[in-house]
Design a protein around this ligand. Structure first.
Ligand code: ATR
Length: 277
């Protein structure tokens, strides 16, 4: 029968995950299928029973299930527990176990392109404080970087991120205006808000006038692939990192948990980019 994999969420009909996981199955030379299971959160218990009956090996979780799924799992990975969100569930020996692969997937995608970027000297600016920002913030702390400042429209949400901090990392909540003023301090700037996403493609969360040319600017928005934010960074001579790579690597980490196969997916970054252009 092969591996039974899938995604739960709503809406998911346009998800790229079936395509991505088919690439992984082919690369690993494994039989299997990755299907979409769409439904509202009140259907969750019923959906989990259906997945059990189908002998599913595991599934991904997206909006609006990422937090609520936690209550239905038998075990939860400590990092996912800290984040209060799960994007990957493994079914094994009659038990559901939840993980979060977004943050680590993001860091992996970054290191693939910029292998020497993250050191104990690196200063990072994180823009946004939503679900995606939480995972990325946690994973960056784990990399032992020198500093991660957080700027977000609502200050409260940015302050909540600080509870995910690891002691050695210097971390401050600043305003978007402060971020613009002190932009030259940062080696890496990560855009995690939904600003600039289709259809609002002309929008940009902060201005980049003070950016250093050797800085890396990363945007997790991948529709469009070339956001206004990345275009601006590129015009100013900075290095850029596109959002779709994170999607690919968080998927690869999930695939690894389901199949115990570690894949080199570097070549798929370009293939996914071509699909999105
Ligand atoms: P995700 O899980 O994709 O991170 P989210 O948890 O809804 O989504 O978070 C959305 C992020 O985009 C937040 O940082 C949000 O800022 P607030 O916390 O202040 O709401 C940010 N965001 C969304 N629309 C925005 C806008 N028009 N201007 C500035 N920030 C925006």
């Amino acid at each position: 029968m092969g591996y039974q994999l899938g995604l739960i969420g709503h809406p998911i009909s346009h998800s790229l995950s079936p395509w991505i996981h088919q690439q992984f199955l082919d690369l690993a030379e494994l039989d299997g299928e990755y299907k979409l299971y769409e439904g509202s959160p009140d259907r969750l218990p019923q959906l989990l029973e259906e997945l059990k009956a189908k002998k599913i090996n595991g599934f991904n979780v997206t909006v609006p299930y990422k937090q609520v799924i936690v209550d239905y799992l038998d075990e939860i990975d400590p990092d996912a527990e800290l984040l209060g969100a799960v994007n990957t569930v493994v079914y094994s020996n009659g038990k559901w176990k939840g993980y979060s692969t977004d943050g680590e997937g993001y860091v992996r995608s970054l290191i693939e392109t910029f292998p020497n970027l993250l050191t104990n000297q690196t200063s990072v600016l994180l823009l946004g404080a939503g679900g995606a920002a939480r995972g990325i913030y946690r994973a960056l702390n784990g990399q032992g970087v020198a500093k991660v400042d957080i700027a977000n429209r609502s200050k409260d949400k940015a302050e909540q991120l600080l509870s995910l901090r690891i002691d050695e990392v210097d971390s401050n909540v600043i305003s978007y205006q402060q971020a613009e003023e002190q932009l030259a301090e940062y080696d890496l700037i990560i855009q995690t808000t939904s600003v600039g996403m289709k259809p609002n493609v002309e929008e940009q969360v902060i201005q980049l006038d003070n950016i250093r040319q050797d800085a890396v600017v990363s945007d997790i928005v991948y529709q469009p692939i070339m956001t206004q934010f990345l275009r601006d960074a590129s015009m100013r001579g900075a290095n850029i990192h596109h959002g779709h790579a994170m999607l690919l690597y968080q998927g690869e980490l999930a695939f690894e948990k389901w199949t115990n196969k570690k894949l080199d997916v570097t070549h798929l970054v370009q293939k996914l980019e071509n699909k999105l252009r």
